[in-house]
Design a binder for this molecule. Structure first.
Ligand code: NAX
Ligand code: ADP
Ligand code: K
Length: 511
């Protein structure tokens, strides 16, 4: 699913209005009808007070049109116009007239207004600013937003929480609506997925307002939100007349004294996702535990007992995952550097592999093209340097991935994969996955998919999606708190099955 910028949404609006030959307020009416149906199907005429805060642009227009529908269904409404500018939009004015025709007189709030009383039992509709916000809200509007946030009422934001710009950090973090729920039109907004800007909503959902399908398909975007529908086509079914050689031989290199478990989990995940064969390469001390815990995997050992000193793989693997639990001892750094020079297939590099790269930036030039790097935020910072905010982080990450011709995975609540100047935002996963070893599992899964013949980018996008989905299934069985990394591995099979279930209506989770 494409993620559009505000400008692209305006373009889609214009295209739709021209192609479908509809008046401009028709889209606003579709938006309001969808909003009304969503609310009405849940409230079923309940006597709760609905307070609508409407700006003077098209977001406000949506709110005013919604007020008309709510009144027609006999809801108890109070409409406030947040009168922050004299430049009212045409469709806002049209809908204000329609409201007045029905004898509904909104209260106009100006810079000297008294803050309206809000009960915690009220429902707030936040239609103050939409994607047109392009400068800091005035102080009094910011105070009104603070007042709404302090009310403890349920806040339903129209399109985007008011005060949250769609393409930059807010000017004042207190002057952004904290939405209980966002009903967003047609396409998700990038800000829903970033740690610093995703905190302004608990949940979001898309409403289809019929923007033209041709435009949605053709428009090129910088970011895509990877849903079940987007990921399904990547999957390649196993063939009847296949054998284990068809699904590749993966090697997992890593481990050190006390950190063999990381390799074990990665190799287990690698086999669980479907690699034909898996071999681990670990220091000698890992031999017995690996052979015991994971009988399906083969084990090669380093000459050293406790750490890796020379990586020797006496056959040509189809994929190599490297770095988990490996440490950054000088001998290991030398071995890793030598290995990078020798190897001629893309690698999946994680954990200490990434730390060694950050400490020895010259090695960055030795990374095979199309390798996959999977840093968590701290490892990413060591690789690309500090960032000012999430948007700066995305720019830096994209530049780094393009410069080295690699797939860069920024792990987090919504993992983002960068390749070829484009970002793929993952839709699965949960806070239960913030637990030791879940990154090792991801590395193993992606390595397995590469071994099976998937190219680097599809392997990563599919691996990240299935990893999150396996975590979601695992958490649904044992709770977020009790989920462990091995619980993710156990549910990889169910994640495959889930991938092909009929899609649920789109609904997302916030912070
Ligand atoms: N394709 C879609 O998604 C559709 C979107 N619609 C709605 O239209 C909204 C966008 O409407 P607008 O472009 O009118 O913009 P907004 O309603 O978000 O903002 C109103 C106007 O105020 C001005 N403004 C921006 N920041 C300000 C500030 N800090 N203080 C004072 N004035 C400021 C801007 O010039 C802006 O045009 C969407 O968020 C959505 O709710 C719907 O009406 C119909 C279709
Ligand atoms: N709050 C969260 N929501 C969703 N996924 C998460 C969350 N926290 C962590 N994860 C996922 O769990 C994994 C953690 O990786 P990492 O930090 O490398 O763990 P480790 O080093 O312990 O193996 C990543 O894939 C990340 O996306
Ligand atoms: K809004």
């Amino acid at each position: 699913m494409k993620i559009f910028t505000a400008n692209q949404i305006y373009k889609a609006d214009k295209f739709t209005i021209e192609k479908q030959q509809i008046p401009s307020d028709a889209l606003m009416e579709r938006a309001a009808t969808q909003l009304f149906e969503w609310i009405h199907s849940r409230l079923q005429g309940a006597e709760v007070t609905i307070q609508l805060f409407c700006g003077i642009g098209n977001n406000g227009g949506d709110g005013i049109a919604l007020a008309r529908h709510l009144k027609e269904a006999d809801y108890n409404i109070q409409v406030h116009v947040v009168n922050y500018s004299e430049k009212r939009s045409k469709d806002f004015l049209l809908n204000l007239e329609r409201l007045k025709d029905r004898k509904i007189w909104p209260e106009f709030l100006n810079d000297d207004c008294v803050m309206p009383e809000i009960s915690p039992n009220d429902i707030i509709v936040d239609a103050i600013f939409g994607i047109g916000l392009n400068r800091a809200p005035s102080e009094w509007v910011g105070k009104l937003i603070e007042h709404i946030n302090a009310s403890q009422a349920f806040v339903l934001s129209v399109d985007i929480p008011s005060g949250l710009p769609s393409d930059r950090m807010p000017w004042n973090t207190d002057h952004v609506i904290r939405a209980s729920y966002v009903l967003s039109f047609q396409v998700p907004k990038l800000v829903f997925f970033l740690p610093e800007t995703g905190v302004y909503q608990n949940q979001w959902e898309l409403l289809d307002i019929g923007l033209d399908a041709e435009f949605l398909v053709k428009e090129e975007v910088d970011y895509e939100f990877m849903t079940q529908f987007d990921v399904q086509p990547i999957y390649r079914p196993r063939l009847k007349f296949s054998h284990k050689g068809t699904y590749g031989h993966a090697v997992i290199v890593g481990g050190g004294y006390g950190k063999i478990g990381a390799v074990q989990m990665a190799a287990n995940a690698c086999l669980s996702i479907g690699a034909g064969l898996a071999t681990t390469f670990v220091p000698e001390c890992g031999y017995h535990s690996l052979q015991t815990a994971l009988p399906e995997a083969m084990v090669l050992t380093d000459a050293e007992d406790d750490y890796i000193s020379e990586i020797k793989i006496p056959f040509k693997p189809n994929a190599i995952g490297i770095g988990m639990g490996m440490g950054t001892k000088e001998e290991t750094v030398q071995a890793f550097g030598k290995f990078l020079k020798e190897v001629d297939l893309p690698l999946v590099i994680d954990a200490d592999g990434l730390n060694i790269l950050s400490q020895n930036p010259k090695l960055l030039n030795e990374i095979p093209k199309l390798s996959i790097l999977t840093p968590h935020p701290k490892e990413l910072e060591r690789l690309i340097g500090e960032w000012k905010n999430d948007f700066d982080k995305l720019d830096k990450a994209k530049t780094f991935a393009t410069k080295h011709d690699i797939v860069l995975v920024i792990k987090g609540a919504h993992t983002i994969t960068f390749y070829g100047g484009k970002g793929y935002v993952n839709s699965t996963g949960n806070p239960g996955m913030a637990t030791a070893g879940s990154g090792d599992v991801l590395t193993g899964m992606i390595t397995g998919l590469v071994a099976m013949g998937y190219d680097s980018l599809p392997a990563t996008v599919l691996g990240v999606y299935l990893h999150g989905l396996a975590g979601d299934i695992g958490a649904s069985l044992v709770s977020y708190d009790a989920l462990k990394a091995t619980g993710i591995i156990e549910n990889i099979g169910k994640a495959y099955l889930e991938l092909f279930k009929r899609p649920e209506p789109q609904e997302g989770k916030g912070a």
